[in-house]
Structure formats: C-alpha cells, structure tokens
Design a protein around this ligand. Structure first.
Ligand SMILES: C[S@@+](CC[C@H](N)C(=O)[O-])C[C@H]1O[C@@H](n2cnc3c(N)ncnc32)[C@H](O)[C@@H]1O
Length: 301
C-alpha cells in the first residue's frame, strides 16, 4: 500500500517521519524519496536482520537523512523527541523475509525450529509455549489470538503428544494439526490460525501495538498523521478502539459510559478517513499476501 501510505502521510521536503516497522524499508524508502532532498526518517525494527537490510538499502540513496535503531516501536517515544514528527507509519505483522526463512520458524509450510521470535534476543520462543503451557492456557491463546474454534481440541492433543516427545519443529506441530483436522477441500491450511496465535503471543504483538499507538501520539506534531496497516481483525480492532478513544470529546470515569456523567474534553486526534483503506486490484495481483491488509489513518490535533 505504498501509494496509499504516501497519500496519507504526505511527506514533503524537510518533513520528519518515523517508521516503527522498517522491515525491508519499502515504506521508508518511498517516504524518503517523496521528502527529498531534506526529509528525515527515524526507523526501527525489533528484528536484527531487518535492521541490517534496511540500513544497507537506505544508505545507498539517502545517506545522512535517516537514523535506524534496533528496537521495539512500543518504546519509540524514548528515542524520538515529543511532538517532533509529521508522520508515523506502523506496518504490522511479519515481513516476507521472516516468513520465507525456514530457520525463523514462522511458517508451517517449511520445516524449521518452533521459534517465531521477531527479536532473537528475547528468551521466550513458540516451543516454550507449546511445551510448557497448560491445555487451558494454550486453548486461550489459540482462541483469543487465532479465533480458532477447535482451540481446546488442539490444545489437548498437543498436551497429550508432548508427554511422549517435546515439540521442537514447525513440521511436528503442523502435522499434529493436520492429523486431527484434515485439510480436505479447505482453502486455508488447518494450522494457519494456530501459527498466527502462537506468533502473536510469543511477540506480545497486541501489547506492543497498544503501547506503540500511545507512543505515536506522543511523538506526533499537531497536524501530524499516524498510518497503521493491520493484517487481521484483532489488530484492526485495537486500532479502531484506540481511534475511538482518542477522537472522543469527552471522558467518563469507570468501566461504563453513562452519558449524564461525561466530562467534556478536547479530542487528541481525528480520523482522516472513517473507513479502512484496502489494497487495490493491482497490488492484490502483485502481492497476494496483502489481501487482508487494512490501512487506517488518524491525525494529531
Ligand atoms: C510487514 S513488515 C514491514 C515491512 C516494511 N514496511 C517494508 O516496507 O518493507 C513488519 C516488520 O515489523 C517488525 N515489527 C513487528 N512488530 C514490531 C515491534 N513491536 N517493534 C519493532 N518492529 C516490529 C517486524 O520485525 C517486521 O520486520
């Protein structure tokens, strides 16, 4: 969604942007190109390999106009000054290099260690969850982060199998799921939701997103824009709820909104477009992985 992101963030010469999910630096490069010759970008990624790739790509054309660090976007307000950015982009989820590299353990289509850590300095990996959580805890993750209807059945089967042999590889887990829920004519592989759920849990993706959105508000200037690309409904709901809260012109105390007890306040942000933006036909054809992408844009007031 490069064009849509540029249209939302409107980089110009001299503007300052933050990219919290550098990946292969596709968005970063297009923002720097659009803000030539003096635009500045501060980028981060929690994945060391992504940081290296982004550094290399950007150094060729944009030397002196960017700064990159390995870090979590949930903490970007620690190194980016408050109210300093004209735009922030968060392009969530995993990158193609992460998915395509068997050794990272993100994909059930390739055999590799059951890892799934975006940041390999972190201790907790997917195998730790699968080998140590109770069936109930695991089912909770499969349901909450994967929307998997057979969460309990899968969790029980994992607990049963791991008594014989610990889970170490993606293939071991994918095969167990195929065995109890054969693919038979279904479009998606039966392990899709389980792998998604484990990945979200291992990387605390929802927690990071909530903190990252708050960090973005801090670093944006008034009039600055936040563009967030999500890849599943759980993430999208977090962004929608965040937007609803930041655009409200009142607060309420306690859990429930009682209209008579509302306190007026100035909203912190406004929606740039009410509806989420989806990828166009061309992009879908070129990059089928973009099919579930949704872009939402908010402006700091
Ligand atoms: C979809 S890719 C981004 C692709 C990138 N926009 C591009 O144009 O090439 C998502 C990237 O975000 C990174 N990431 C995910 N969560 C993160 C977090 N909380 N903090 C920093 N990076 C994160 C991943 O490691 C991955 O490299």
């Amino acid at each position: 969604m490069a064009a849509e992101v540029l249209d939302a963030l409107k980089p110009t010469a001299g503007s300052r942007h933050a990219d919290g999910t550098l990946g292969g630096a596709g968005h970063a490069a297009s923002i720097l190109t659009a803000s030539s010759p003096t635009g500045w970008l501060s980028g981060c990624d929690r994945d060391g390999a992504a940081v290296e790739a982004a550094q290399k790509r950007l150094a060729e054309k944009f030397a002196g106009r960017f700064e990159i660090r390995r870090g979590n976007f949930s903490e970007m307000a620690d190194w980016i000054p408050a109210a300093s950015c004209d735009g922030v982009i968060l392009d969530l989820g995993v990158s193609s290099p992460q998915l395509d590299s068997a050794g990272r353990g993100f994909s059930f289509q390739q055999d590799g260690p059951l890892d799934m850590r975006m940041d390999d300095r972190q201790k907790l990996a997917a195998a730790d969850l699968v080998n140590n959580l109770s069936a109930e805890e695991m089912a909770g993750i499969f349901w909450e982060f994967g929307g998997e209807r057979e969460s309990r059945r899968f969790a029980k089967a994992i607990v049963h199998d791991r008594a014989q042999r610990k889970f170490e590889t993606t293939r071991q887990l994918a095969e167990l799921i195929e065995r109890i829920s054969p693919r038979a004519g279904r479009k998606a592989h039966p392990a899709t939701k389980i792998f998604q759920a484990l990945r979200i849990a291992v990387n605390d993706e929802i927690g990071c997103l909530k903190r990252g959105l708050e960090a973005a508000v801090k670093i944006l200037k008034p009039g600055g824009r936040l563009a967030v690309i999500t890849f599943h409904s759980l993430e999208d709901r977090v962004v929608k709820d965040f937007g609803r809260e930041k655009t409200r012109d009142y607060t309420f105390s306690g859990e429930v909104d009682v209209p008579e007890l509302r306190q007026p306040r100035l909203p912190e942000m406004k929606w740039v477009s009410r509806k989420a933006i989806s990828p166009g036909e061309n992009e879908l054809q070129e990059n089928p992985r973009s099919r579930s992408a949704q872009l939402r844009v908010l402006e700091r007031l």
